[in-house]
Write a protein of this length. Structure first.
Length: 55
């Protein structure tokens, strides 16, 4: 029971502060570069980025 409560509280905290967590993670240049390289491997995202950059 206690484990479920801790898991629920942790999930709620992650959901509530998700944007702050993402901003902290992507604030690191090496991690930001890694996530950009990773996302450019996905064809849909790559097309979306390129279309927005050149229109």
């Amino acid at each position: 029971m206690r484990r479920i409560l801790v898991l629920a509280a942790g999930s709620l905290a992650l959901y509530r502060y998700r944007y702050k967590i993402v901003n902290i993670i992507l604030g690191q240049p090496a991690l930001r570069r890694y996530f950009i390289q990773l996302s450019m491997r996905v064809p849909f995202l790559k097309e979306l980025f390129i279309n927005r950059a050149f229109h």
